[in-house]
Design a protein around this ligand. Structure first.
Ligand code: SF4
Length: 376
């Protein structure tokens, strides 16, 4: 069992990468790509399904507030949000969040609440007016997880961070496999280098990862959706932007451990986010902060064990300490600069550099102190 679901490696420094059934394949990079990083630590994924193999399944539409500076409105995005639900399951409750963040379904199904989630949602409801005055809205986490009683419905086995054995967590890989079964050809094992417009078609130049041979594909249209690094790199190569740094926005995340005064003793049964908190408070930022509340999991317990002194009764901590993961808007986050430093007929060299944002630290500190003052 430990080989299939190896215990998370946690230390005082933090939590190591999450594997899927003990494999690091989502993080592997083809040898034709050389990446150096400066002033940042980041992940690349060239595994089939990308980081969708190890994601936390949190999903939420953008709010009008988040989109106010974009050239596209929530109304224009709505049809696409609805379309996504044709192939992606969602676990959600019809709660107050839906006023600003529509559900796009009339019959939402939700995973079972565990004891601290139920307790916390009730407590937050009791102080809802106070929270609203502070720009805080809350509700059940929205997750791309099958909450039905069907074949792929969640069985509460508690391995969400190690690879879902029942395929209940949406993974783009499953979608690709279904498309393949329905007759679509999927070319695997290629690293796309460039796209070129030729007359009425588009040419895709790729290298076969196993033997380094280059190959060309021709198509009427090409949709690029390879993730922010790979898509930017393909475009940089295609436009011959050698040694030209390209700034990439990011949404920085941070963790802090809230302490519930009431302890809950329960078995680990589901370990993704339980509650979403949305925060728009000018004291923190003009931008929105998104927070996810997590209850008990093996990862959190390993982390607590590494942080607490040996004499501290671990069960008291496990029953009361939870984790909140916060995400800042790109306006408040550090950004990343990608530079294509060299290109060959069968590969590329790229440098990724972290660029600090002076707002980040203040937004993180102020978010933590506001949340920690809520006495629940
Ligand atoms: S608890 Fe997590 S790993 Fe287990 S079936 Fe549900 S979603 Fe999958």
């Amino acid at each position: 069992m430990d080989q299939l679901f190896p215990p998370a490696l946690a230390s005082r420094k933090g939590i190591e990468r999450r594997f899927i059934f003990g494999s690091d394949f989502p993080y592997r990079v083809p040898e034709q790509l050389t990446i150096t990083t400066k002033n940042c630590k980041t992940e690349f994924s060239h595994g089939y399904g990308g980081l969708g193999n190890v994601w936390g399944a949190a999903v939420m539409p953008y709010s009008e507030h988040q989109l106010r500076k974009w050239p596209i409105s929530l109304n224009e995005l709505k049809p696409s949000y609805k379309n996504i639900l044709r192939y992606m399951p969602i676990s959600a409750e019809a709660d107050n969040l839906q006023k600003k963040y529509p559900l796009f379904t009339d019959k939402p199904e939700a995973l079972k609440r565990n004891a601290p989630t139920d307790f916390l949602l009730k407590k937050l409801t009791e102080i809802e007016h106070h929270l609203q005055r502070n720009g805080i809205e809350f509700g059940r986490a929205r997750l791309a997880v099958d909450a039905s009683m069907g074949e792929q419905g969640c069985r509460y086995c508690g391995h969400c961070f190690d690879g879902c054995p029942y395929q209940s967590i949406f993974n783009p890989r499953y979608l690709f496999e279904n498309l393949q079964k329905s007759g679509l050809t999927i070319h695997k094992g290629f690293l796309v280098l460039e796209v070129r417009e030729i007359e009425n078609n588009v040419e895709v130049i790729a290298v076969e990862v196993s033997n380094g041979r280059t190959r060309k594909f021709t198509a009427e249209k090409v949709f690029l959706a390879a993730g922010h690094f790979a898509t930017t790199l393909i475009l940089a190569r295609s436009l011959n932007l050698l040694n030209s740094p390209i700034n990439i926005k990011s949404s920085q995340f941070f963790f802090f451990p809230p302490f519930l005064y009431k302890g809950h003793r329960y078995d680990i049964s589901f370990t993704l986010a339980d509650i979403f908190i949305e925060l728009i408070n000018p004291y923190i930022s003009s931008e929105q902060v998104h927070l996810q509340f997590y209850s008990r999991s093996q990862i959190i317990e390993e982390q607590l064990k590494s942080l607490l002194p040996a004499f501290f009764p671990k069960n008291i901590a496990f029953d009361r300490v939870h984790i909140i993961q916060g995400f800042l808007s790109s306006e408040d986050s550090d950004s990343i600069e990608l530079t294509l430093t060299d290109k060959y007929s069968d590969g590329s060299k790229v440098e990724i550099r972290g660029i600090e944002n002076t707002s980040t630290h203040k937004a993180v500190k102020r978010t933590q102190s506001l949340i920690m003052t809520l006495s629940v």
